[in-house]
Every structure is written in C-alpha cells, then in structure tokens.
Design a protein around this ligand. Structure first.
Ligand SMILES: NC(=O)C[C@H](N)C(=O)O
Length: 337
C-alpha cells in the first residue's frame, strides 16, 4: 500500500542555490543578522519531513551563494540543469531554492528560456531557518506542493512566497524586512493553503513553451548594464558603462521612464554608436513606460521596457540580444514578454 502511494506521488527535484532560505544566524532572535548560503540541500529537505507526503523529493546542490552574487554564468549553469531535468521522464516538477535579492531576475530568466510546461518554482525566504518564525519551511513546502500539482503546468515559472503563487515574470521584491516581501503590480496568480493550490488568473505574456528563446541555444549572455536616474543626475555613469562594453543600457528612470535633459544628448550619442537605450522606471510599486511618452523614442531609436522594472528589463535585453540587434525587434520582444 505504501509503495503504491509512493508511486502515485509526483517526482520533484529541488535545486539549491543558497540564499537566506539556506541561511543561519547566531541565535533565534537573529532574523536579520545572519549568514546566507550556509545550510546544504539535504539538511533543508530533512528540516521539512512533510515534503515526503507531497512528492518524491530529491535535492541537488547547484551552487551555494547569496543571490546578490549570482553571475550570468551562474544563470546559464542553473538554466541548463533545469532544462536537463525538465527533459527527463522521471521528473514532474522542479523547485529552485534561491536568495530573495535577485530571485525575481532568475525566475524571469527561466520563464523566458525553459522549453517545458512542467512546473518550475523558485522559492526563498526572508528569515534564516535558525530564526523564530522562519518562513523558509512553509515557503519550501508550498513550492513542492505547487511543483507536484498538475494545475501548475503551462503557467510559466512561478514563485511561492508568503502563501502566494506569483508569476516569475511579474513578481518583485518590494521590501526587504517583511516576510510579505514579494508583490506584483498585477496581483498573484493564486494561493497555496495546506499544500493545495488555488488559482485565480493566468499570465498573459509569452513564456516557456511559447517563448522564442531556448536555453539550449544560448552560449553566453551579452553585457547589459543599468544606470539609475534621480534629480541632478549626470551622464557619467551611462558613458562609463558604454565604454566598458555594454551592448545595452537600461535607463532606470524616474516616473514613467523620464530622462533628464542633462542626460539626453549622451544617450542620443550612445545610440548612434550602436548601444541600445532601454527606458524603464524605478518607481517602487511598478513602472509603466510607453513609447514616445516623455521622450521621442521613434526619433531617437530607443526602446521602452513597458512594465518591466530595470533588473527584469536587463534580463530580457540580454536574452533578446542573443537573437537580434535590431531595435524594432527588441521593442517587439519588450511588448510580448
Ligand atoms: N533573503 C535573502 O535571501 C537575501 C540574501 N541576501 C540573498 O539574496 O541571498
């Protein structure tokens, strides 16, 4: 009987990358002072014995780092391993444990490049496992629950934090000191309660199976950098980034991606030199940048990031530039993904 139940359970692989979910502090009161990426995957799995009721779970330690230190090479390495597992007949779902600082970037990257409809869930925690009211155990339990559910197939890469199921494309870390840290301007897709998922909406943008990008054909990612805008901003950072070899610069703009008159001439000149200028917004709750609003993008041959925040715009720009160097194609991709 027990063997029968075991066989009926989905096979879920947990790929561990580090972060606070694998963090450890000196004492239970240390919810914010701790070291990330300390605890190994076997210990994480052993810490949530209830996982075995949800799925046949096995773990792999892909890397062990805090997510602010993730490089493009790390992204490619992780993406390739996810693709291998997704191709395997004995894997039904994949969970990635990840630091929360760049979790939204990795989730969006995988959402663009993984050609599978199997559930891929990225999860982290805001408190280390050693702290009182640590959130990692339940977040991980929820991630495995969603990864093993048939309902989660074909919905793109998902993020389970704070009981919510978020689209990896839309979600962003909005605050760094609360467990209710991850939000999307367009709302969560669903909720996980006691290991069961409840869905309310679907992603509208192209992803995974419907994406024109494929991790298997991406050899490397081009250099795309971000320059932050504010009152009295100068053009120094933009010029320096271009000089160091950036193929595109994401303008992390004020308001609806507005550009200071002190910076406009430099950006026009950089575009003439072949660097793509992509206007996004760093407003907190979610930007919304439209073409030719604020700046004449058609005239300057610039691209707008629409609702993608600067760090997500960087991810799409890197992936898009592996396919095209045409600004009109880039803009199409920014509308579609
Ligand atoms: N909460 C966290 O996971 C933060 C940590 N710095 C990381 O991203 O790895």
């Amino acid at each position: 009987k027990e063997v029968e139940t075991q066989q009926k359970l989905a096979n879920v692989v947990i790929l561990a990358t580090g972060g606070t979910i694998a963090g450890a502090g000196a004492g239970a009161a240390n919810s914010a002072t701790y070291q990330a990426a300390k605890v190994g995957i076997e210990q994480l799995i052993a810490g949530v014995p209830e996982l075995s009721q949800l799925a046949n779970v096995r773990g792999e330690q892909v890397m062990q780092i805090a997510s602010e230190s993730i490089t493009n090479d790390n992204l490619l390495q992780l993406g390739r391993r996810v693709a291998e597992l997704a191709d395997s007949n004995d894997v039904d779902g994949i969970v990635i444990t990840h630091g929360t600082d760049t979790l939204e970037e990795t989730a969006y990257f995988l959402n663009l490049v993984e050609k599978t409809d199997k559930p891929i869930i990225v999860v982290g925690s805001m408190r280390p496992g050693t702290a009182m009211s640590a959130d990692g155990m339940l977040n991980l339990y929820n991630a495995v629950a969603v990864a093993s559910s048939k309902d989660a197939r074909g919905k793109g890469v998902l993020v389970t934090m704070n009981d919510e199921i978020q689209s990896g494309r839309d979600v962003s870390k909005m605050i760094n000191i609360k467990t209710e840290a991850f939000k999307s301007a367009w709302g969560p897709l669903g909720m996980v309660v006691e290991g069961k998922s409840y869905w309310f909406r679907l992603p509208a943008k192209r992803h995974t199976m419907d994406s024109e990008f494929d991790i298997k054909t991406i050899k490397s990612l081009p250099d795309v950098e971000i320059a932050y805008s504010y009152g009295n901003v100068s053009d120094t950072a933009y010029k320096a980034l271009a000089q160091s070899g950036a193929k595109a610069i994401i303008h992390a703009g004020t308001g609806n991606g507005s550009v200071s008159s002190r910076v406009v001439p430099a950006l026009q000149a950089l575009r003439k030199d072949g660097v793509h200028i992509i206007r996004s917004s760093h407003v907190n709750a979610g930007g919304f940048v439209l073409r030719n609003a604020e700046q004449p993008d058609d005239k300057y041959d610039w691209v707008v990031a629409h609702d993608l925040n600067p760090q997500k715009a960087r991810i799409l720009a890197m992936v898009a530039l592996t396919k095209t160097n045409d600004s009109k194609e880039l803009q199409r991709m920014f509308w579609e993904y």
